[in-house]
Each structure stands twice: as structure tokens, then as C-alpha cells.
Write a protein that binds this ligand. Structure first.
Ligand code: ADP
Length: 352
């Protein structure tokens, strides 16, 4: 439905967006996820039509919306945008806030009443229609913003860090609320966030961005379990990383050892690569069952009991450090020598 091709935006010498390609299907929720400054908001503003691309195109279906020559204005793109500061009018009731967009479009009054009612019900605010925003919680206020964005029947909903002003508990609740809203409405969404859990809960696919580019795009499962680059592996969850050189497919020479790993990198022998392994996949003391493992040796440098697991930092013989999250029953002392096992199926070769 949305086709983004070779999209680029520069401000003088600053490259805000290097070059991205992205296809979004009708009814899909895509999250743009990445650290501050990676180009997420620039992408969203380009899609919304607030700014013009330096190069590249944005199409919705067959319709060309943006190119370096022409930009269809925001109000003619069939999109609604929600920001983190959700700018609702304090002197209007909940229902009046939601009705406003329809009034300015000259929609007949009876129709406004029906549509406002329907959308307040979608976001579960129907019982609070006559209240003023100051009488509502932050999460309820954000739901007004959602209802207001949806009531004008956009084809596409754009969300820019919509939950970042809410406290942690509310944020968690609202993630599921947004997911539910999508299941009810089926609307296509582009969702900008720097919060990986938010992206994992809300989106069908996640585009992980870094330095103005998309490093990887896939489901939450794919980007967590099958990262393709060191950046993706480290940004999504925690990862131990060992840089080295590919000896042959699936075998990497690192500083102190040769590691066997799952290798879908397509890299050739001699190329500098990284091996990643998640801390909760590392085993200490004895070999894990269920397949071969790389065996290393080290010394416990730091230990913490976390209730659901124990968290160890181990200094390996070659001086590198590795984090292991193991079952809480295992109790090792700082200074103790220990065997460290990295199951081959949990080690992955990724590009540096
Ligand atoms: P994100 O939303 O991922 O935090 P942005 O898209 O806002 O990142 O910004 C990407 C990069 O482009 C940043 O380095 C930012 O400083 C730069 N940038 C964004 N807008 C402008 C602008 N109007 N003028 C100059 N540089 C900009």
C-alpha cells in the first residue's frame, strides 16, 4: 500500500535520512525503531508531507505523494498524525474534542454525533464523553487523541512516540490498547518509537533504524532471534558480542578462541564479523544438554542474585567479558574459576 523508494533527506551537510526503501501492506502496523537521531521522525514527517524529500519517492497505491519535485499537502494525504504531546483542548469536553475535526470539515451534525459516539466507544471512553480533559488520566487523554485521529477516517495513522509522556504502568497498558485498537479498526499504522518493547507489542513488523538507514526489517521474533547486524543484536535486548574473522562458514576466529555459530550472514572467509549470544543462553559450570556448545573458561568477576535469575559477569582467559543470566539456584562466588558454554545454535554470525 505504502511504497517508499530511495527516500533521502539532508539539511545542508547533515544527512537526516540516508536512503530508505520500505513497503507497507494495507492494514499493517510498522514500527520505526532506533536510537535518538537515527531518522525516525524525519521519515514520519516525510510520509506525513510536512517536509519534502531531497531524493526518492513515497507512494500510496498508485498515487505519488512525495518526490523531490512535488509534495501533496498533509491535509490531502488521507493520514492522521498523533504526537507525544497530544494537544487536546482543555476547555472542550471529550466529545467536543473528538467532534472538532469533523466540524471543520463541515460534516452534518447528526453524522458527527454518531461518529463521535462510535469512536469514543472504540477507545472505551463513551462513559466519559461529557467530562473535561483535566478530569481524566494521562492514558485516557491519550485515548482522546486516538479517537480524534481516527474519527476523520484516515487511511493511514501515523504515531510519533505517542506514549513517551506516560508513566511506565500506563505505557504498558496503552501498548496493548493500541494493539487492540488496531485489531478493531484494521487501519494501517506507522509507529515511531525508541522503546523496543513498545515496538514488539504494537507492530507486525519492525524496521530497526541506525544512522539514517534501515538495518533490518522483520517481526519481533526475527529481529530478536535472527539479527543480521551487531547493531540490531545489541539494540534489541542484550547481547554478548565477540568480534573476529570468519574462517569458514559458521566458524569464527576471535581473540582467544574459535567459535562455532549459526551463520546466515553470507559473509566470505577472511571478512571481519561478530558472533552474538544472548546472556540467558550462556551456561556456566557444566555443558548444557540439547546440542554442541563452544567451551570457554573464565573467572567470575561480578555476581548478582535477581530472584528470577542470577546475573554473572565472567572474565574469559583472553580478557574479554561475558554476561550470563542463569537459573537462580546456581550460586558461584566472585573469583571462582568456571567453564563457560555457548550453545552453537544460540551463537550467530552477524555483520559488524
Ligand atoms: P529521531 O526521530 O530518530 O530521533 P530525527 O529524524 O529527528 O531522528 O533526526 C535525524 C537527524 O537529522 C538528527 O541528526 C537530527 O539532528 C537531524 N535533523 C532533523 N531535523 C533537522 C533539521 N530541521 N535541521 C537540521 N538537522 C535536522
Amino acid at each position: 500500500m505504502i511504497t517508499i523508494q530511495g527516500l533521502r533527506k539532508t539539511y545542508g551537510p547533515v544527512v537526516a535520512l540516508d536512503s530508505i526503501d520500505l513497503d507497507i501492506k494495507t492494514g499493517e502496523v510498522i514500527a520505526l525503531l532506533g536510537p535518538s537521531g537515527c531518522g525516525k521522525s524525519t521519515t514520519l514527517q516525510l510520509v506525513a508531507g510536512f517536509i519534502a524529500p531531497t531524493a526518492g519517492e513515497i507512494r500510496v497505491g498508485e498515487r505519488l505523494l512525495s518526490s523531490s519535485h512535488s509534495v501533496v499537502p498533509p491535509e490531502r494525504r488521507g493520514m492522521s498524525l498523533i504526537f507525544q504531546s497530544y494537544a487536546i483542548w482543555p476547555h472542550k469536553t471529550v466529545a467536543e474534542n473528538v467532534a472538532f475535526g469533523l466540524q471543520v470539515r463541515g460534516v452534518p451534525k447528526a453524522q458527527i454525533v454518531t461518529r463521535v459516539k462510535q469512536h469514543l466507544s472504540t477507545v472505551r471512553l463513551d462513559h466519559l464523553a461529557e467530562r473535561y480533559p483535566s478530569e481524566l488520566s494521562g492514558g485516557q487523554q491519550q485515548r482522546i487523541a486516538l479517537a480524534r485521529a481516527l474519527v476523520v477516517d484516515p487511511e493511514i495513522l501515523l504515531l510519533d512516540e505517542p506514549l513517551s509522556n506516560l508513566d511506565a504502568n500506563l505505557r504498558e497498558e496503552m501498548r496493548f490498547e493500541i494493539r487492540r485498537l488496531h485489531e478493531t479498526t484494521g487501519i494501517t499504522m506507522i509507529y515511531v518509537t525508541h522503546d523496543q518493547t513498545e515496538a514488539m507489542v504494537c507492530a507486525d513488523r519492525i524496521a530497526v533504524m541506525n544512522k539514517g538507514r534501515i538495518e533490518q526489517i522483520g517481526s519481533a521474533f526475527e529481529i530478536y532471534e535472527q539479527p543480521r547486524t551487531q547493531f540490531v543484536a545489541s539494540f534489541i535486548g542484550r547481547a554478548n558480542t565477540f568480534s573476529g574473522e570468519l574462517v569458514e562458514q559458521g566458524l569464527v576466529q576471535t581473540g582467544g578462541s574459535r567459535l562455532q555459530a549459526i551463520d546466515e550472514s553470507g559473509a566470505r572467509a577472511g571478512i571481519a564479523v561478530t558472533v552474538c549470544v544472548r546472556p540467558h543462553r550462556v551456561a556456566l559450570g557444566s555443558a548444557p544438554s540439547g546440542g554442541p556448545a563452544n567451551k570457554l573458561h573464565g573467572r567470575i568477576e561480578r555476581a548478582a542474585y535477581l530472584g528470577e535469575s542470577s546475573d554473572y559477569l565472567v572474565e574469559l582467559t583472553d580478557g574479554t567479558r561475558i554476561r550470563a543470566l542463569v537459573p537462580p539456584e546456581t550460586r558461584y562466588q566472585v573469583g571462582q574459576q568456571i567453564d563457560v558454554y555457548l550453545p552453537v545454535r544460540d551463537c550467530r554470525v552477524v555483520a559488524q
